[in-house]
Ligand binder design. Structure first.
Ligand code: BGC
Length: 761
């Protein structure tokens, strides 16, 4: 206003020049701001894409030479909680380039609802359940959907998947990890990463490496043989790096051979970059390690969440000659490369409106394929449409969708088991369910229940035997079958325990199962247990009391629909165990000595020894003749499959395995064919057998068949020979074992390796 008055009224040359100059300065400043400091206004969904006339370096790397030491140090040190997106994990700093946002997974994007608005993200089945699908194509679609949600909420880098190994069956974060087997973890993990990155968002496999327990995770020193490390714990990362090229990797909290992983040059530079050719960025886990200078030297590029003190420390280290400037440059260049790939830098206009409806359907589909039918005596399942059901257990109301900690999600809805059963037309005994509903409301409180699915910590489990024998007889009389829901949850920062109420049933759960079994079976009625659990529980002491056991893991937001449809047979279970269910805690290799899993606080273990070496999971049970409750790869179906016509042919350095699967039962279904290889005796100890390939069929109608063709490269048969530090394939006769689980082998073939083969790591 003032400007126009002066111009029109006065018309003085001086004023005009001043105004024009001011305008030019303003435009220039705006362009510079656009170019270098394009931070996004909070949650407006507007990014600042490349504007008309904007000049940018051909590659952000070119900026490096013009950055001051302080700027470079600031680039490699992040910020905690993001200023742009509530609940995200952190950001890089805007240092002449925009900051980029990271958010957690791996069961969906973890962002937080705010008072006035909810940014909902789909709660997908937990990664162990994704692995139980044994279906990489499906997992890739799930990864893409998570990537799209990240993208539409303005997240640049997704902190997932978790690819640590289920070494300790009760590790608190196992639900975030895929399997006890490195091949299954690697193949499913690579599919996940490809999916996420196909949406334009970076994925970050974590926690690199040997981070298989939560107790003292930030200081514990993992002592593991190099052979076991490479064959079991590094293998999934290696597969993912080579097949899916993740934008980033997250270094773990723990130490490896006495050095923090994020300060371990051998791990981050020799193995990850030089051996495997990783070209992305290495970031720390949040607050990992104790020496930022060592981190950069070792190959870490981004210290999260970081602090101004760390920036100052790095600057000082370069000035004092403790850290070479080239080392800082390498890390800063990696951050610039990551920024350059990011949607923020590319000016993506995010909508804040991902397609949650389509993703809910996908969450259902993924959970449907991950359900594992553990037991189904006398065809107890499927049930008839509209069957009258007596549902026992608080889990019908407090259905567990996912785990706790950074793997938590905030979905728009969760379909509880009770809601799912009602929605799908079961005649639920409402009197019985009302008893549980009132009980839960009374114990937890109305307010708590409203926020149940957004709580960061779950309260203690409730006693389950709240129904008297007399009442239960009434329910047995008037219903067709009983369902008993058993739940277990776990989370970051604590491991589960081999005690009653955790690995073992609690006494109230046991009493409930015994009573319901007695009363219903006496009347010829079936008893079905639904395991809504984060990982293995003891089953042997009670499984004979029930007719069917359905393992639905932590299935995400569509839980109730998936349970109901499986009970009805609309879903034919096709999931297989990605992790063994041991008979008893004493059978588990980590339980063998306190060194292998050194106690719980207050013992305060400083180190953990992976004493079982390569004999993890089924590699242990099979080799040492320990019978599990349900073996790796196990899972029943409502139909039956036959395996036929195996051929095994050596073709150059590939073993070609082909066979046919026929649905010989009465229901359409999918089968997971597993190929294990048993190596001849040689110089190195070998497990009894190892999974080397697998394939899930398409949906086969009764009578239909599918020909499966798989290729195993000779390289993938190798074991790591520590004496020569090479990968070694020994000569001799190898057995190819094709089956429906690791202990249900249907076809056997052979091939020969004439002379030993060695590969450099
Ligand atoms: C977890 C990581 C997570 C990070 C950021 C850490 O405590 O271990 O998995 O990505 O926090 O939230």
């Amino acid at each position: 206003m003032l400007v126009s008055i002066e111009l029109v009224g006065g018309g003085r040359l001086f004023s005009t020049l001043a105004v024009v100059t001011a305008m030019l300065v303003a435009v220039t400043l705006f362009l510079v701001w656009q170019h270098y400091y394009r931070d996004l206004s909070p949650r407006r969904g507007v990014t600042t894409g490349k504007g008309a006339g904007e000049v940018r370096p051909a590659s952000l790397r070119e900026l490096l030479s013009s950055l001051s030491l302080e700027e470079k140090a600031s680039l490699v040190v992040g910020w905690g909680r993001s200023r742009r997106l509530p609940g995200s994990a952190g950001e890089t700093r805007p240092v002449r380039v925009p900051s980029i946002v990271t958010a957690d997974g791996p069961s969906g994007i973890r962002i937080e609802p705010q008072q006035d608005r909810w940014w909902y993200a789909t709660s997908f089945p937990v990664p162990t359940m994704l692995a139980a699908t044994w279906n990489p194509e499906l997992v890739e679609r799930v990864g893409r959907a998570m990537g799209e949600e990240a993208r539409e909420y303005g997240v640049d880098v997704f902190l997932a998947p978790g690819v640590n190994i289920h070494r300790h069956p009760l590790c608190g974060r196992n639900f975030e990890y895929f399997s006890e087997d490195p091949l299954l973890s690697g193949v499913i993990g690579a599919a996940y990463v490809k999916g996420v990155q196909s949406a334009g968002v970076g994925a970050t496999p974590k926690h690199f490496a040997a981070n298989e327990q939560e107790v003292n995770r930030v200081i514990v020193d993992t002592i593991v043989s190099e052979r076991a490390l490479r064959e079991i714990y590094l293998k999934p990362f290696e597969i993912i790096v080579k097949e899916a090229k993740p934008w980033a990797i997250m270094g773990a909290y723990n130490k490896l051979y006495g050095k923090y992983c994020v300060q371990n040059e051998w791990l981050l530079t020799r193995v990850l970059r030089e051996e495997w050719g990783f070209e992305g960025l290495v970031m720390t886990d949040w607050g990992a390690g104790d020496n930022p200078v060592e981190m950069i030297k070792a190959g870490t590029d981004l210290i999260m969440p970081g602090s101004d003190e760390i920036v100052a420390r790095l600057v000082e280290a370069v000035r004092r000659g403790e850290l070479k400037e080239e080392e800082l440059d390498r890390a800063a260049a990696k951050v610039l490369e990551l920024v350059e790939k990011s949607l923020t830098y590319r000016g993506y206009r995010y909508s804040n409106q991902p397609d949650l409806e389509a993703h809910a359907r996908l969450a259902y589909e993924a959970a449907a394929e991950g359900v594992v039918l553990l037991k189904n005596d006398g065809g107890a399942l499927p049930l008839k449409e509209g069957a009258r059901l007596a549902v026992f257990g608080t889990g019908q109301i407090e259905t567990i969708k996912g785990g706790m900690g950074s793997g938590h999600t905030h979905p728009k809805h969760v379909v509880t088991i009770l809601d799912g059963l009602r929605e799908r037309g079961f005649r639920v005994d409402e009197d019985l369910s009302a008893l549980y509903a009132n009980y839960v409301r009374e114990k937890r409180g109305e307010e708590f229940l409203k926020r149940f699915y957004h709580c960061e910590a779950y309260p203690e489990p409730l006693p389950q035997d709240i129904v008297s024998e007399e009442l239960a007889s009434k329910f047995a009389e008037r219903n067709d079958a009983a369902l008993i829901i058993v739940t277990r949850i776990s989370g970051e920062g604590w491991d589960r325990r081999p005690v009653e109420g955790d690995f073992y049933l609690s006494s109230s759960e046991r009493r409930l199962i015994e009573m319901v079994s007695r009363l219903f079976r006496a009347r010829g009625k079936k008893v079905i247990v639904i395991l809504n659990v984060c990982g293995p529980v003891e089953v042997v002491s009670w499984r004979d009391l029930v007719d069917a056991i359905l393992l639905v893991w932590l299935p995400g937001q569509e839980a109730g629909r998936v349970v109901a449809d499986t009970l009805l047979g609309r879903i034919n279970p096709s999931g297989k165990l990605p992790t063994t269910f041991p008979k008893d805690w004493k059978d588990v290799p980590v339980a063998k000595s306190p060194e292998c899993y050194p106690g719980l606080p207050p013992e305060n273990p400083q180190k953990v020894v992976y004493c079982e070496g390569i004999f993890v999971g089924y590699r242990y049970y099979d080799t040492f003749g320990v019978e599990p409750a349900y073996e790796f790869g196990y899972g029943l179906s409502y139909t039956k499959f036959e395996y036929r016509n195996l051929t095994v042919v050596m073709d150059g350095d590939v073993v070609k395995v082909a066979f046919e699967i026929v649905n010989v039962g009465g229901y359409p279904g999918k089968e997971v064919a597993q190929v294990y290889v048993r190596a001849p005796e040689g110089r190195l100890d070998k497990p009894f057998q190892e999974l080397k390939a697998f394939k899930k069929t398409r949906l086969l109608n009764p009578g239909e068949s599918e020909r499966i063709e798989l290729a195993i490269s000779v390289r993938d048969l190798a074991s790591f020979d520590e004496s020569e530090r090479v990968w070694l394939v020994e000569r001799g006769l190898y057995e190819v074992r094709v089956g429906s689980s690791s202990r249900d082998i249907r076809l056997v073939g052979h091939f020969t390796i004439d002379s030993e083969v060695k590969f450099k790591p």
